[in-house]
Every structure is written in C-alpha cells, then in structure tokens.
Design a protein around this ligand. Structure first.
Ligand code: PMP
Length: 452
C-alpha cells in the first residue's frame, strides 16, 4: 500500500467493503448500481481510499468538515467529554449545551439568541417550520425550486431539488418559487439587478396568489448549496426580508451548508444586512465529528412559547458529546482564524484560479461562489448552456469527469452538471492550488463533450 496506511488497513478495508455490500443500505442509491469508495483514514484536507491512495478532499465530505479531518483539539475535546458525561436527557441542564448555545447565539445575527438543538439539518428544518406554523397559525411554506433542505418527509417536500419528486405526496402545504439564478434566468434578465428585481416581483405575485393569510414561512438557503451555489444578487435577500415582514411570513434562513464559515463569513446571511426570524444550522457546527443541528430563534418567536408549550422534542436535543464537539470546533475556527482564511482563499485563490480555468475550458459555462464554496457549471455547449447532466440526474459524461478528478488525486463534491470546490476552510494555499491544477487537468475530459 501507498503512503500513510499499511497492508493490514487495506485488508480491513476490503473486508469492510464486502460487509457493506452485504448489509448496508445506502442513501439515494440503487443498491446494485453503486461502487462506494472506502475511506481508510482522513487527516486535515486529505483522505486515504481503500487502496491506500491519498486524495485531496475538495468536498469536505458532505460540505461539513469545515475544520478538516481529525483536528487534534477537537478530537481531544470529544475524548474529554466522553470520559466526563456522554449523554443526559434533554430536560436537564448540561454544561456543554449551555456553552454551545452561548457561542452560537453570539455568532448569529440580530436577536437570534435562543437555540433549539436537533440531531442534524433535516430535523432542524422540520422544527423551524413547526415553530413558524405555531407562531403564525398558518400552514403553507414557500421554498425555492433550486434548493435542498433535507431527506426527512417534510424537509424533502420543502426541498425543490428533483430528488423531492419521488417523495412528493402533495400534502405538505409546500409551494415552490424561482429564486434568482442569472445564468439560467427564469425572468429573461440580463443583469444581476434585473434578476433580483424580477425574482422579487415573482415572489410577491406568488405570495398574493397563494394568499398571505395561509403562508406560515418562507425557507431559503442564504446561499443555495447543493442546488449550485447561486450567490444571491444585490438587493434580493433584503427584498425577501421586506416582503416576508410586510406579509407576516416567518423568514427561515437555512444555513445548514452555507453556515459556520463556509462562505467566508460565520453565516452566509452576514454578507447582507438581513436578520431572518429563524436560522437553521448543522454540518459545520461540529464539522460533522459528532452529529448536531439546530434552530436559532428570534425574540418574537421565542415569545410565542413563553406561556404555551412547544409541542416537539428529541431524545438527543443538546446531546452533551455533540455540544462539547460544537464548542471545540467553533473555538478552533475562531482561534485559528479559519473564517478569515476561507474568505481570503475565495478572493485570492479560488475566485481567480477558477475564472482562469473557465477561460481555458469550453465545457465550463460558469464559475461562481465565495469563500470555500464554489461551483463549476459544466455544459455541452456554451451558447445554448445545455448542461452536461440534467438537473436532478447524472450522466456518463459527468461520471467521466468525476473519475478523472479521482484518478488525478482529487475528491470533489459533484452534483448533477456541477463540480463543487468546497475544501476544509483551513486548507493550505499550496493544497488549494494543487487541487485546482488537478481539476484543470480533469476538465479536459469534459471538453471532449463540449462544443462552442
Ligand atoms: N439544508 C441544507 C441547506 C443542506 O445542505 C442539507 C444537507 N445537505 C440539509 C438541510 C439537511 O441536512 P442533514 O443531511 O444533516 O439532515
């Protein structure tokens, strides 16, 4: 075996693979059509596959290992908490949860000072919607077509991504609208300002036609992640805030993927002067070392539940081991200035590097992003913008590009016709540049399928 892992580990990996294929049921997959990659070990921005080959992790797994793999201080904090107190029922006060709530409340904008902890992102979304429904006494939920909000039943109904379709029973009270996406504008806009204004007009019309009196919440990723990292154009989120306030709709900012430094700010919404009513988080809060999510709640919504009980909860709401992990991960991010580093990488390395790559490859329709959160949109034809894989689907061409990245030594986050660049926020400049070079070479494969 190659560097870092021995023959024994490779053998253990082979055995794990066999058992996996026999007994493990995989998410979002036709069980017989997948060949999952085995990971034997991970460290910093690197992972080792089943053969012991080292790959640069430009995916941060599910865009969640924001502090990189096996951060020693966070691993030590988990060990200390495990030795002290692993679990306790959620009705009891625990030190780790109190400190995690204090830290998170201090990072979220405005008066989002009350934290409800969940196990992950989807249940954070479910609880945020339930809070909004109880707060307003209304039912419907507005969300964007190009969005992902989670895999549980309500969260997947709210999701706009076509993965919703086989799960959609049409009874969730969900209404979808088009959020801005200039490259594939639904509004025939040609400037960001035009896109922003027309998307807001479309949203207001949707609210009026659905009846504001029935709409509890609008949920929106501050920067849509899985759907393609479409950084909102100027004025859009301010406009959404204004419309939701005017029509009495609870504005839920979903920061599960974009939050905790990913975009170069602690929360993506901090790029604008906008305070939502509820904010959902997960992933980066613990960098995934132990599962945790939550909802940050404004004073006004908190007031609804001062005298009236909140009718919902989870066995692990504020799990001590998860909350101690969050405290350690947030402190590591702050002490090592990872958010600042991510912003700098976006401006100095990923932005310029990816624009250069786009200039060289006819298969690249657009690159967009911020911080350590970038999408490379691959097309068959730059003029028609025909995607290399349809929204919601895969394609042999995309599979080839992903395989070329992997054989070059890069593990990308790929989704439909896009390759995302989303490494840990503390990736070194050298590794960031090396990863871009591998991507650059792999895109030659995509170019073979592109005209114009
Ligand atoms: N919201 C967003 C924006 C997400 O990206 C995700 C996960 N990719 C979720 C919610 C669901 O989170 P989880 O998978 O932790 O349930």
């Amino acid at each position: 075996a190659a560097s870092g892992v021995g023959a024994e580990a490779v053998e253990a990996g082979r055995r794990a693979y066999e058992l996996d294929r026999k007994h493990v049921f995989h998410s979002w997959s036709a069980q017989d059509k997948i060949k999952p990659m085995t990971i034997l070990k991970a460290e910093g921005s690197w992972v080792w596959d089943g053969e012991g080959r080292k790959l640069l992790d430009f995916s941060s797994q599910m865009v969640n290992t924001n502090i990189g793999h096996q951060h020693p201080k966070v691993v030590a904090a988990i060990q200390q908490q495990a030795a002290k107190l692993c679990t306790i029922a959620p009705q009891h006060v625990n030190e780790a949860r109190s400190e995690a709530a204090r830290l998170i409340a201090g990072l979220t904008p405005g008066d989002l000072d009350h934290i409800f902890f969940t196990n992950a992102g989807a249940d954070a979304v479910e609880h945020a919607i339930r809070m909004a429904r109880l707060h307003t006494g209304r039912y419907k939920v507005l969300s964007a077509y190009r969005s992902y909000h989670g895999g549980t039943q309500l969260a997947v109904n709210v999701t706009g991504d076509p993965r919703r379709i086989p799960n959609d029973y049409g009874d969730a009270g969900t209404v979808h609208f088009h959020a801005p996406f200039l490259y594939r504008s639904q509004f025939h806009a040609s400037t960001p300002e035009e896109e922003s204004q027309r998307a807001l007009e479309h949203l207001e019309t949707t609210i009026q036609l659905e009846g504001a009196a029935n709409i509890a919440a609008l949920i929106l990723e501050s920067i849509p992640g899985t759907a393609g990292i479409m950084v909102p154009p100027p004025g859009y989120l301010e406009g959404v805030r204004e419309l939701t306030r005017r029509y009495g709709i609870v504005f839920i900012a979903d920061e599960v993927m974009a939050g905790f430094g990913r975009s170069g700010r602690w929360f993506a919404i901090n790029h604008w002067d906008v305070v939502p009513d509820l904010l959902t988080f997960a992933k980066g809060v613990t960098s995934g070392y132990v599962p945790l999510g939550g909802v940050a709640i404004s004073d006004a919504i908190f007031d609804t539940f001062r005298e009236r009980a909140y009718p919902g909860g989870l066995t692990y709401s504020g799990h001590p081991l998860a909350c101690a992990t969050a405290v350690a991960a947030i402190n590591a991010m702050r002490d090592e200035k990872m958010v600042e580093h991510a912003a700098w990488l976006g401006e100095e390395v990923f932005g310029p590097g990816l624009r250069e790559i786009a200039g060289r490859h006819p298969s690249v329709g657009e690159v967009r992003g911020t911080g350590c959160f970038w999408a490379v949109e691959l097309v068959k034809n730059r003029r028609t913008r025909e995607p290399l894989a349809a929204y919601g689907g895969s394609s042999p061409e995309m599979d080839e590009v992903i395989a070329a990245c992997k054989s070059g030594g890069l593990l990308p986050f790929a989704n439909f016709n896009r390759i995302h660049v989303a490494p840990p926020l503390n990736i070194s400049v050298e590794d960031a540049r090396a990863g871009l070079e591998i991507l650059d070479r792999a895109l030659a494969v995509a170019d073979r399928h592109a005209q114009g």
